[in-house]
Design a protein around this ligand. Structure first.
Ligand code: NAD
Length: 441
């Protein structure tokens, strides 16, 4: 049977996340009338247009968004991305994913996301500073330490967070504003361990999944062949941490292409080359590959850590890995999920795999509110506990919903995946909070 042709493809992250949510509902059980509509839609969407003076003295207008998906469990939490392909749809989907991620990780936040349509590769540092400051001014009280708390995401970093904090602080003098944003530099109240938290969480989650013996033929990270798409903040820490855990990094890529070495790459050399030359491509004694080659390369663990919808109906059949760890948000389409399930490739879903970032962001927020600074050991121990807890909750739910599969199979659905189990856990947990709060007046 040619599965590729029989499954309709859709690369739009908004559609993909809705499909994932609707599929998970099959195992959630009865929800109060109106709950699905409430859970699927964002609470608030803010659009802003603002202009800045460019370095050449011209004026350019930018378009930004902040979407608050849900705040029943606490203030909105989610990154801000700067990318030319940002859309309201994409930010809305990512905000919803943050709701499920914070709920599954059991941190007292809701879900939010923001973005500005811009190409950081063609903007100077001064222009980025002006964009960030103006964006924060336009957002006004849409963000705040107890309402909605941004963090870094694609093409934003500690410096961007420092500008956000400073601008907000100038607008709200006389109070402790450090908790308005996480992922800040240490000197401004950032947490130790935040810069590599997403990668470290990914490592802990992968270790847990392997220890539970549910990845066919994979017994340990030590000795496993790992390929990573994306060598940014997340992908960069992943190659270091997985290498330190004994994995062989066989391929790494970025937006310009990738490099491979059968005997394994040295992460420090890869990252130093990227820093110096702008891309991993061209690192001596490596083979240059495309991003498509990387996704299809011979490896045990494939870690997409770049952008969404990278593994889809047309290339999921070529994946050779036994395990895919979604370090990026939404790197697989629903069609890819279905193909990989039939091929027995396990997928560790994004809302578990990359939750380390928001978990340590929560630690940063707590430290800021209490004017404390934790040490690295405390941060890493607490991060590990939370990741172990999330993976455990997901797997307990997986065992449970697999038992109900006969009823769901009658409706034409395949057996539940780890993604289904993660979403079912989060949806049930949030639904319970909503019912306890009795939010409907
Ligand atoms: P980043 O901007 O630091 O890095 C992105 C990397 O992806 C860069 O190396 C870039 O070259 C590469 N890339 C971009 N387009 C690509 C393409 N078409 N093909 C291959 N590579 C491409 O961003 P980041 O913070 O590392 O985020 C990466 C992913 O992880 C995103 O999906 C983000 O939402 C997710 N994420 C990030 C965090 C965090 O703490 N930063 C937390 C959770 C999830």
């Amino acid at each position: 049977m040619n599965t590729r042709q029989s499954i309709p493809e859709n690369l739009d992250l908004y559609i993909v996340t809705q499909q994932q949510f609707e599929r998970a509902l099959n195992w959630v059980g009865d929800l109060k009338a109106g709950m699905v509509d409430y859970l699927i839609n964002p609470k608030r969407t803010t659009h802003v247009r603002f202009s800045i003076i460019m370095d050449d003295n011209s004026v350019r207008t930018f378009h930004g968004f902040r979407v608050l998906h849900n705040r029943a469990r606490g203030p909105g939490k989610g990154g801000i991305r700067y990318h030319p392909a940002v859309t309201e749809h994409e930010i809305t989907a990512l905000a919803a994913q943050m709701t499920w991620k914070t709920t599954l990780a059991n941190v007292p936040f809701g879900g939010a996301k923001g973005g500005v349509i811009c190409d950081t590769k063609n903007l100077s540092r001064a222009e980025l500073r002006r964009i960030t400051r103006r964006f924060v001014i336009e957002l006004g009280d849409v963000i705040g330490p107890h309402t909605d708390i941004p963090a870094p995401d694609m093409y934003t970093d500690q410096q961007t967070m420092a500008w956000i904090y400073d601008t907000f602080d100038v607008l709200h003098p006389g109070q402790n504003n450090r908790a308005v944003v996480t992922g800040k530099p240490l000197e401004l109240g950032g947490s130790v361990g935040r810069d590599e938290a997403t990668g470290r969480g990914c490592l802990y989650a992968t270790q847990q999944i392997i220890a539970r013996r549910i990845v066919p033929g994979l017994r340990s990270i030590a000795g496993a062949r790992v390929a990573v798409q994306g060598a940014g903040q997340v992908g960069g820490s992943i190659i270091r941490l997985f290498h330190d855990a004994g994995a062989r990094i066989v391929a790494v890529s970025d937006s310009a292409g990738g490099v491979a070495a059968h005997g394994g790459l040295n992460p420090e050399e890869v990252l130093a080359h990227k820093k110096e030359c702008g891309s991993v491509v061209g690192l001596p004694e490596t083979v240059t590959i495309t991003n498509d080659d990387l996704l299809a390369c011979d490896c045990d663990i494939l870690i997409p850590a770049a952008i969404e919808s990278q593994i889809h109906a047309d290339n999921a059949g070529s994946v050779k890995a036994r395990l895919i760890v979604e370090a990026a948000n939404g790197p697989l389409t629903s069609a890819a999920d279905a193909i990989l399930q039939t091929r027995n490739v396990l997928v560790l879903p994004d809302i578990v795999a990359n939750a380390g970032g928001v978990i340590v962001s929560y630690f940063e927020w707590v430290q800021n509110l209490e004017n404390q600074q934790w040490d690295l050991d405390k941060v890493e121990r607490r991060l590990e506990q939370r990741i172990v807890g999330s993976v455990g909750d997901m797997l307990d739910c997986w065992d449970l919903i697999k038992k109900n599969q006969k009823t769901v199979a009658r409706k034409g659905h395949s057996a539940p995946t780890l993604r289904d189990a993660a979403l079912v856990t989060a949806i049930k947990r949030l639904a319970k909070v909503i019912l306890q709060r009795d939010i409907w007046m």
